[in-house]
Design a binder for this molecule. Structure first.
Ligand SMILES: Nc1ncnc2c1ncn2[C@@H]1O[C@H](COP(=O)(O)OP(=O)(O)OP(=O)(O)O)[C@@H](O)[C@H]1O
Ligand SMILES: [Mg+2]
Length: 613
């Protein structure tokens, strides 16, 4: 077959296949056009999942009649201006659109009608059906200026594409999600979305700026997000990162709560997603995902937006700088959040409580009932039954504070006159050998002792590591750990790196390793279990990464072995020391897997729970 030039309609449909993949992508293009036109109000309507009808109305600057015909022509745009030599600089793009592709693409696969009025002009209209362009004609228009773009029967001209559409419902959901994204980045613009005649989103214009943005985000993501997000605002070398990042304990099961923007453009960029994951790597298990809304502002010269047909990805000239900024800013914010855990944790607990019906305690044992509550009220407590944790507690609370020495590392813990005034309060009891119950001025705190201690050990190991001096302790008698030969080889191959982490191992022949020293932070640890877990770690991750890059995981494994196990009975001073250390330690609000280490219940909520308010 000879080479032929394709007819323009075919060219347009091929292009359209890339630009408008589904109704939500057509809507994205039309909303971006409205934003580029300086709209302050954008109304979106979609019927039948956007397949039967889409209408986007804006109050932007509109188009004069002679511009209407150009608007639907391919490669015609008002957004790029050639310089004196007639060249266009594609690296100075400051608008969302720049290709002059969206309207002609939509016009080639649907029935497109654009009605517009420019300031001080008369309104006109143009229609394109399946690529067939009609003449511009006068028309009515409701406002002083702006545009109304109607798209009917999307993909009617490309039946093959139509077959690929999902259900109307899932298309409608994709549309909502798209509008959400656009609305997040443009808090100064009012948005309404009607789906099949029902208003599903109505967002008033907010004052542009941080406060307005938080209001907009709260409207879109819920109050929970607002309460559990940390403000991010950092600049480096002319790049600014702002927005909000969720606390680790507010993490999600998928990445659907990550909204990333570059210069006001929603993107699903690998680099940015990777940086986000990297920043939380220390705090979240691999199957948990942080919630975040992040805006990157960068000189257009340093980012290429012309790399993806739907403009969903970008390329940075200096990816390392961008990644560094994101990881640094988020870690900094998470560090500053200290021991804060998300409010939703307490909300969930309260919801759990209120879901239970009346407890079966005897009024003659008033102290017992509160604590029996922690195990759930389904187990009745006899009036005169002794609650082990509770009776032990009353003895311990009176124990002399000299007991603090029992704690593995008492050094960093302040010893305030009245611990009840501290954020995590005064320890009152240990229940089930696992949870510490503490009293604060305005509530109670329940701490998971194992999770909390694991985090403390982990953070201290990291600090020692960063200072280049992990303190080791020699075992009285070196311990031999039997592994299978491959495992032993893997551990020995990493002996130098393990030594930096405070673990001294030597080959012992026949699949065994000899352990001479362990990190002092771990105290009297189960050496066998520790080495086996490390061998498992190494097997799982192979030799691809240096241990130092997986510091988090290895430290986490070690910390787990050094921590106060669930089930260990603690004295009151030990418990208080743990609370004080948590307060002084960054990231102590969650364990290494993103689970909370403590829950705080406010007196207010407790009073509500018991009908006192
Ligand atoms: N809502 C609108 N209000 C005013 N002018 C508009 C509107 N929508 C489109 N236009 C004009 O029509 C032109 C063509 O729009 P189109 O979306 O096809 O291309 P673009 O926005 O320039 O680039 P891209 O293909 O990257 O979106 C725009 O450059 C703009 O001048
Ligand atoms: Mg456009």
């Amino acid at each position: 077959m000879p080479i032929r030039r394709l007819p323009p309609e075919t060219v347009n449909r091929i292009a359209a296949g890339e630009v408008v993949e589904r109704p939500s992508s057509a809507i994205k293009e039309l909303v971006e056009n409205a934003l580029d036109a300086g709209a302050t109000r954008i109304e979106i309507q979609a019927d039948g999942g956007g397949l039967s009808r889409i209408l986007i109305a804006d109050d932007g600057h509109g188009m004069a009649p002679d511009q209407l015909a150009l608007a639907v022509e391919r490669h015609a745009t008002s957004k790029l201006e050639p310089d004196d030599a007639g060249d266009v600089d594609l690296l100075r793009i400051s608008t969302l659109g720049f290709r002059g592709e969206a309207l002609p693409s939509i016009g080639s696969v649907a029935r497109l009608t654009i009605t517009s009025r420019a300031k001080d002009g008369d309104a006109h209209q143009i229609t394109v059906e399946g690529g067939d362009q009609r003449p511009v004609a006068p028309a009515g228009f409701p406002g002083p200026h702006g545009a109304r773009v109607e798209v009917r029967d999307l993909f009617y001209a490309t039946p093959a594409r139509l077959k690929f559409m999902k259900s109307e419902r899932s298309e409608a959901m994709a549309i909502s999600e798209e509008i959400k994204r656009q609305a997040m980045a443009h808090e100064g613009v009012a948005f309404t979305l009607d789906l099949d005649g029902k208003t599903t989103l109505r967002l008033p214009a907010e004052h542009p700026g941080d406060e307005g943005r938080l209001k907009r985000l709260a409207a879109l993501l819920g109050r929970d997000f607002e309460a559990n997000a940390l403000l991010i605002d950092q600049s480096r070398e002319g790049i600014r990162l702002s927005g909000y990042a969720g606390l680790p304990t507010y993490s999600r099961g998928n990445g659907g709560h990550q909204y990333l923007f570059v210069n006001g453009r929603p993107v699903r960029d690998r680099l940015l997603q990777g940086a986000l994951r990297g920043a939380y790597a220390d705090f979240l298990a691999r199957d948990r995902h942080p919630a975040a809304v992040l805006f990157l502002e960068i000189d257009p010269l340093f980012v290429d937006v012309n790399v993806h047909p739907a403009k969903a990805e970008v390329r940075f000239r200096d990816p390392a700088l961008v990644r560094g900024l994101i990881v640094g800013a988020l870690r900094h914010a998470l560090h500053a959040a200290g021991h804060r855990a998300s409010t939703t944790v307490a909300d969930n607990v309260l919801a759990g409580f209120t879901a239970h019906t009346g407890p079966a305690w005897s009024p003659s044992s008033p102290t017992a009932r509160g604590f029996s509550g922690w195990t759930g009220w389904d187990r009745p407590v006899a009036a005169n039954q002794d609650i082990p944790g509770l009776s032990e507690m009353s003895v311990r609370v009176e124990a002399p504070p000299a007991d603090v020495q029992h704690w593995p590392d008492p050094s960093g813990a302040p010893n305030p006159a009245d611990p009840i005034d501290q954020p995590l309060g005064a320890a009152r009891a240990q229940v089930h050998g696992t949870y510490i119950v503490a009293q604060t001025r305005d509530g109670i705190v329940v701490v998971d002792q194992h999770a909390a201690h694991e985090r403390l050990v982990y953070e201290r190991m990291k600090t020692q590591m960063a200072e280049g001096s992990v303190i080791r302790q020699a075992l009285l008698t070196p311990e031999v750990v039997e592994l299978d030969p491959a495992e032993a080889d893997r551990v020995i191959a990493r002996a130098d790196e393990l030594a930096q982490l405070g673990l001294i191992v030597e080959p012992f022949g026949g699949g065994a390793v000899l352990v001479r020293e362990t990190p002092a932070l771990l105290g009297d640890t189960d050496v066998q279990g520790l080495i086996r877990d490390i061998a498992d770690d190494l097997a799982e991750h192979g030799a691809a990464l240096a241990l130092s890059e997986r510091l988090g995981e290895v430290c986490g494994t070690m910390a787990c072995h050094g921590s106060v196990r669930a089930g260990r009975v603690l004295s009151a001073p030990e418990m208080n020391a743990l609370l004080r250390q948590m307060e002084a330690t960054p990231h102590s609000g969650q364990c290494n897997h993103g689970r909370p280490t403590y829950v705080e219940l406010k007196l207010n909520d407790l009073e509500k729970l018991f009908g006192r308010r």
